[in-house]
Design a protein around this ligand. Structure first.
Ligand code: E4P
Length: 225
């Protein structure tokens, strides 16, 4: 499964990129606005941190298909081949998708809440669809089941489109979308940290350190070789 960081915060992105095997970064207009920075400088800085080899998903804000395409082209020129334009599912977005496909620009259909939205976006040419798991759970729908249905539909119809599960609030949601075959998930750095944290791991490491120190004091493995 691919892991992406869902953030526009440079500190978080730098941290996540340094310590975790991430495949890219996703942003959205809300995440970007929170940073109160010059937009162009911010996305350039994100690209600078993760390098050209990792995916960077940035949302278009235009409403008409032709304007979405124009924005995507500008972003692509700036952010390179591994840029994906996020487009909320809707008629103008669906119209823009084949045009973007033609130009070889990566597409992520976002704000997905139903399997049919995902299926139609995939048919229109989206490379990724982003279902919002926690927002579905919050309205007592089943976010994981929506992801599972989309994965199944893409499989049945052999569509060349991946699920980029989004909107997570806990590790259980992340684990369950992984189990149903989500190809990727975009999460906060805090959730990445929570996903690897375990008190038994801490206690195991404490035991190793105690036993080692009893035998070799403060010498490290390298010191003894
Ligand atoms: C992803 O495309 C969305 O921007 C994001 O994951 C939404 O998450 P939220 O529900 O925590 O705002």
């Amino acid at each position: 499964m691919k892991y992406l960081i869902d953030s526009a915060n440079l500190e978080d992105i730098r941290y996540g990129n340094e310590f975790y095997p991430i495949d890219g970064v996703t942003t959205n207009p809300s995440l970007v606005s929170k940073e109160k920075k010059d937009f162009a400088e911010l996305i350039d800085a994100i690209r600078g941190i993760i390098g050209n080899g990792k995916m960077l998903h940035v949302q278009a804000t235009a409403k008409k298909a032709e304007d979405i395409v124009a924005e995507a082209q500008l972003l692509r020129e700036r952010l390179g081949e591994k840029f994906y334009v996020k487009i909320p599912i809707g008629e103008e977005g669906l119209k823009a998708m084949p045009m973007l496909k033609e130009k070889g620009i990566g597409i992520t259909a976002t704000a997905i809440f139903t399997p049919q939205q995902a299926l139609i976006a995939a048919k229109a040419g989206a490379d990724f669809v982003a279902p919002y798991v926690n927002r579905l759970d919050n309205i007592t729908a089943d976010g994981v089941q929506v992801v599972a249905d989309i994965v199944e539909l893409f499989d049945i119809y052999q569509l060349d489109c991946q699920v980029l599960a989004a909107s997570f609030k806990n590790v259980e949601q992340l684990h369950r979308v992984a189990l149903v075959g989500a190809h990727s998930a975009t999460i906060s750095v805090d959730l990445l940290k929570a996903a690897i944290a375990h008190p038994m791991t801490d206690s195991a490491v404490e035991g190793f350190d105690r036993d080692w120190a009893a035998a070799y004091g403060d010498k490290t493995v390298a010191d003894l070789l």
